[in-house]
Design a protein around this ligand. Structure first.
Ligand SMILES: Nc1ncnc2c1ncn2[C@@H]1O[C@H](COP(=O)(O)OS(=O)(=O)O)[C@@H](OP(=O)(O)O)[C@H]1O
Length: 347
């Protein structure tokens, strides 16, 4: 498919980067264990091992799914992929994008809307956790409604080549790293209680991993910059959102999301309050109260659905980080992100 595409020269950020972390064309012949053995590794924070693969740190638990996705997924022009670093607003974006995209079939006011009985992660599955499975097996994607809506934590420049070569659209959400780290540190004990003592010393330890660039799917600055640069190069194909902006103006950003997906709200829908209905349906307070999100398990990291919903505040980091922890991170943001014009509201 990629070779037949009229625009066959991939944009610069999708050109194949060859390095020792980027397996060769014929790596299908390589046994998975052999491949893992050949790649650089580091001890992870909650993952036992992080594997340097296609230039990012991949948690060993999801390596088979990630590898299978990168090798085998063929994007369609109409596909929509939601992308993010963990704890940046994934669940919220999934709920908003799903509700906007499928509103012709599932009106947001309906009592039986899928969000009432399914967690957003079930409605918009991750490639690497769900679709390609923990064992890296392939599943049939024919049953997905068109346009197909998927999600991933994989960095932009490491996505399968067909994503850049097709007309596929990507929506990225990121969040200020201070709050993302705090959010992750509240989530982590639910995933691996045995590896995690909780409290500030654990947060300091995780911060250290992040500052060294060994965080899942990171370094976080490369993750953000990859999508940021792609959104500047190809604004019609990559939409870059910030959690903080979504908090400030959810309705305005929902309109941008719908337009970008090719399903803009009509004047009639605006007049009828459809945007507000979706905003309310997907709000933290609404989703948190649903039975499915209090008790259910979506199967991602085998965690309970309730772990995806906490405070959702901008600036919660002030309640958890010491000034020196925050300064350490802010220095890195200044050094790595600011030169490219990427800044965050942190309060
Ligand atoms: N609907 C909605 N609205 C606003 N905020 C929301 C929503 N759903 C989840 N959240 C907050 O997002 C944080 C979890 O991040 P993710 O959804 O990216 O987590 S995950 O990567 O999917 O595990 C986590 O942030 P913190 O509260 O700061 O920990 C959630 O509370």
């Amino acid at each position: 498919m990629a070779n037949n595409h009229p625009n066959s020269l991939p944009p610069p950020s999708f050109r194949r980067i060859r390095s020792q972390t980027w397996p060769q064309e014929n790596d299908d012949d390589i046994d998975l264990e052999e491949l893992i053995a050949s790649l650089p590794k580091e001890k992870g924070f909650i993952s036992p091992i992080q594997i340097l693969y296609r230039n990012f740190w991949c948690p060993s638990e999801v390596f088979p799914g990630v590898h299978s996705f990168c090798r085998h997924f063929t994007a369609h022009d109409s596909d929509i992929i939601l992308a993010c670093k963990p704890k940046s607003g994934t669940t919220w974006l999934k709920a908003l994008a799903f509700s906007a995209l499928r509103r012709d079939v599932f009106p947001p006011s309906a009592n039986n809307h899928p969000l009432m009985s399914s967690n957003p992660h079930e409605l918009v599955p991750f490639f690497e956790f769900t679709i390609y499975g923990q064992a890296g097996e392939l599943i049939d994607l024919a049953s997905f409604s068109v346009p197909r809506l998927f999600a991933t934590h994989i960095p932009h420049d490491s996505l399968p080549e067909s994503v850049g070569q097709s007309g596929c659209r990507v929506i990225y959400i990121c969040r200020n790293p201070l709050d993302t780290i705090v959010s992750f540190c509240h989530f982590a004990p639910q995933v691996k209680p045995e590896l995690w003592s909780g409290g500030r010393s654990s947060m300091e330890e995780y911060l250290d991993y992040c500052c060294r660039g060994i965080d899942g799917f990171g370094p976080f600055w490369d993750h953000m910059l990859g999508y940021w640069k792609a959104s500047l190069e190809r604004p019609d194909k990559v939409l870059f959102l910030k959690y903080e902006d979504l908090r400030e103006d959810t309705a305005g950003n929902l309109k941008r999301i719908a337009e970008f997906m090719g399903v803009p709200f009509s004047e009639e829908e605006e007049r009828d309050g459809v945007i507000e209905e979706i905003v309310k349906l997907c709000s933290l307070s609404s989703l948190k109260e649903l039975e499915v999100n209090k008790t259910g398990k979506p199967g991602v990291w085998s965690t309970e659905n309730k772990t995806y919903f906490r405070k959702g505040e901008v600036g919660d980091w002030v309640n958890h980080m010491t000034p020196s922890m925050a300064e350490k991170l802010e220095r890195i943001m200044e050094e790595k992100l600011s030169p490219f014009g990427l800044k965050f509201r942190v309060k």
